[in-house]
Design a protein. Sequence first.
Length: 488
Amino acid sequence: MTHRREIRRKLTAGLTALGLSLALTPVQAVTTTYRDVDNSLWYAAPIAFCQQHGLMDGTGRAAFAPEEPMDRAVLAEALYRLAGSPLPQEEETGELAEGSEENPEAGPDDAPEEGPFSDVAADHPYAPAIRWAKETGIVSGYADGAFGPEDPITREQIAALLWNVQGRPEAEEAPFTDRAEISPWALPALDWAYDLGLLSGDLEGRALPQNDASRAEGAAILTNYAKKFHGLQPGWPLPAAQTVKPNPYDPEGFRLDERGYLSYVGTSPSYRGVDVSDHQKEIDWAKVAATGMDFAMIRAGYRGYTAGDIYKDAQFEANIQGALSNGMEVGVYFFSQALTPAEAEEEAYQVLEWIQGYPIAYPVVFDWEEQDKEGSRTRGADGNTVTACALAFCKVIQDAGYTPMTYGSPNKIYREKLLLDRLQDYPFWLAHYTIDTAPTSFRYSYQMWQYSSTGSVDGIQGNVDLDICLVYWPTWKTGGRPWWIGPV
């Protein structure tokens, strides 16, 4: 075992230095939430790919263990997921299992369901995948009837399993310098894998067939395989693009009063508001309401930009209670630093817990902003990642009966750091501070506009963000369709 670990350590070091020997060429900004994955190393991109497409799970909440051996069950599960996680054969054909509610012929003494192998019980977390792999002839297990789900898998075994899935096609002989060490049954599989660029040799041209594959190597091979045979590309899967509606507002309709507050005269309603957090400290909401402010967008909480922990805004309770008790309508926003849809869902569920019991008339907003600082977890995150997180957050909020919303600046949208064409089912809150509060030149439709970060409002210490809302939220949808589309 020590010898194997040493070989794997040297192989990993070689791969790290070379970055190409698994035939993987990253084509996207690396984004993964695993804290033990160094984004500067060769394996970061394939691990991110596997996380995005759900091919491999982490070993913990924020760990992937890239240097640890990949086991046989994990590979079976990955192939099963790529196949669409098909139902067992009897379920696909509609045959009823004995003892089911619809077919209650089996008695209580009948044996429970057996696992696919002697060491894989029916309730093993990867039992469906291993059963599928056995039924389709991808795996056959050991001679004693066991599968060894937690056993490490070698490089030649990975190649053989992938080769089996593809029907064992022929390929030209690969130029591995250690062909004599390859098991006879694995030779055609490694030739095939090399020919297709699924894996290649080390700097000395060796296949190292008997080496246990690390989880990082397994992720890289699966990434190449998924691209080649399933057409998957780096990035989170997103819905089809929709047409982005243009800015519908007449620039001549905006009016600025002597206090610097904006209103709109036209076919759309117009409401004045502020957005606040603990940065404004203690607020006198009676004075704020007396200025004629109609609504307040209140920060519920935020995720830290380094470790990624979630925190409740220190003034959230005081702000939401103060605004509501003085007759203002409220919405909330969460300052997100999510890097995966799962993290965005976590944020949304936390917000739902915090706002429970409050009458939220305005939207619940996903406010994702890149922190371009040393050590920032969101530094360099791309639009695909941010959009996938926005979609996940918004769905949770919508399913709970609230109106979800996204937030961003023209620069963020034009640079495709947030893909509005994938978010047209949700309203948009524009952040654009123009010179002298001139009407925004933003090209696309928005429902709220944060037009100043230096506003002055009685009851609030220092500067505060000013907003205008151009939607009456109780009727913002018509027949379940976004309000701006109009009636059917």
